[in-house]
Design a protein around this ligand. Structure first.
Ligand SMILES: [Zn+2]
Ligand SMILES: [Zn+2]
Ligand SMILES: [Zn+2]
Ligand SMILES: [Zn+2]
Ligand SMILES: [Zn+2]
Ligand SMILES: [Zn+2]
Ligand SMILES: [Zn+2]
Length: 383
């Protein structure tokens, strides 16, 4: 990554403000657009809305160096987020699954920065990227890339007009028969089922993990952080990062779906019409003299339209049903020991008399909270 393109990205991050205010729920890591005080998904409290105009200059543009600790952390977070976003942008077209993992990491890191200390719109850049990758990795109903969603094949027309080169050049493409890729539907159905999508997302995470390792970051749960952070950051901060990513149901990688058992994820079942022979039914043409000479003609089966298969009623053709691990929500259950916080009151502090404390407690760095022993700061039950 050159210095130039990194500068451009900063500009993009800076410019992408003004739209609605997006906030990230600190409890479950979901985005909030509604603007209420509680998360629509997990009912956790949301950070307060920023006041209308960012009158005070963002800490990142403050070069005077008088920033508080919070400013320094926000700046570090912004630099890390920027690198994740840069990497994601490079992967987005070719490997959206890798880009998704990088955007997810950026989203987790953002929970440590206070919104007013970041350039406005930083969160939006991350969340928009997440949305694009999720759309690209959609299980079904995705627009067919072969026909651009039109359902018709684009056929090159070669010199139909003859002679006149200009007219031929004008219309090089013409709309042809039903697109072979999507069968004319315009959307992809079942080409990449629930299971294939889940595996692709996991593969993208592995790839992104290798990139992060190569860049010298270390794992904190599913998040990738600087190697100094496990010591530098408080247990509460580490839990904040970890639980953003741990909130996702691990059984379905957050998709909320599992392959339909009835149709094994294909979305279709064999046509049940008894008269259907490979998509065709024979019809007797009336008005004949004797049954023996009665004419029959073959017409497309009305049930399957000649395709020999009908949409699976259990999954309504989508190939997926609600994940049994999360009832389709895509999120996992909060840890029973810490109630989803990821931290519990520090045990070392509790056993020492407060008057004895001359130096901050090593376990909790004086914050009086330590990582939950059960979930190790994830805040959610792992399956
Ligand atoms: Zn939430
Ligand atoms: Zn198509
Ligand atoms: Zn049929
Ligand atoms: Zn099904
Ligand atoms: Zn699930
Ligand atoms: Zn302590
Ligand atoms: Zn816990």
């Amino acid at each position: 990554m050159t210095r130039l393109s990194s500068g451009i990205l900063t500009l993009i991050l800076l410019a992408a403000c003004a739209c609605g205010q997006l906030r990230i729920c600190g409890s479950c890591g979901r985005e909030d657009l509604a603007g209420g005080t509680a998360c629509a998904v997990c009912k956790g409290p949301l950070p307060p809305l920023e006041p209308g105009q960012p009158d005070s200059a963002p800490a990142l543009s403050d070069a005077s160096g008088t920033g508080s600790v919070a400013d320094a952390l926000s700046k570090q977070v912004f630099d890390l987020v920027k690198r994740d976003v840069e990497a994601a942008r490079q992967e987005e077209d070719r490997r959206p699954e890798v880009a998704l993992a990088r955007y997810e990491n950026a989203r987790a890191l953002l929970t440590l920065a206070r919104a007013e200390h970041l350039p406005p719109g930083t969160a939006r850049v991350v969340l928009d990227g997440l949305q694009r990758c999720r759309t690209a990795l959609a299980v079904a109903g995705q627009a067919c890339s072969a026909c651009g969603g039109s359902g018709r094949q684009q056929v090159a027309r070669v010199q139909l007009a003859g002679g006149d080169g200009e007219a031929a050049a004008e219309t090089k493409l013409t709309t042809g028969a039903a697109c072979a890729t999507c069968g004319g539907a315009g959307t992809i159905r079942g080409r990449r089922g629930v299971e294939a999508t889940r595996l692709l997302i996991l593969q993208g995470r592995r790839e992104a993990g290798l990139q992060q390792q190569a860049a010298g970051r270390v794992a904190a749960g599913r998040a990738w952080i600087p190697p100094s952070w496990p010591q530098e950051r408080t247990p509460e901060q580490l839990a904040l990062i970890r639980r953003t990513l741990a909130a996702e149901c691990s059984a379905c990688a957050g998709l909320g779906l599992e392959p339909c058992r009835r149709c094994l994820g294909s979305g279709t079942l064999p046509c049940k019409n008894k008269a259907c022979r490979q998509g065709w039914v024979e019809q007797t043409v009336g008005n004949t003299l004797t049954p023996k000479t009665a004419l029959t003609r073959r017409v497309k089966c009305p049930d399957c339209q000649g395709t020999t298969r009908v949409a699976c009623p259990a999954c309504r053709g989508g190939g997926g049903t609600a994940c049994s691990g999360c009832n389709g929500t895509g999120t996992s259950e909060p840890c029973r020991s810490c109630g989803g916080e990821g931290t519990v009151p520090c045990r070392s502090c509790r056993t020492r008399a407060t008057t004895e404390q001359t130096e901050p407690c090593e376990t909790c760095q004086g914050t009086r909270r330590m990582l939950c022993n059960r979930c190790h700061g994830e805040g959610y039950q792992s399956r």
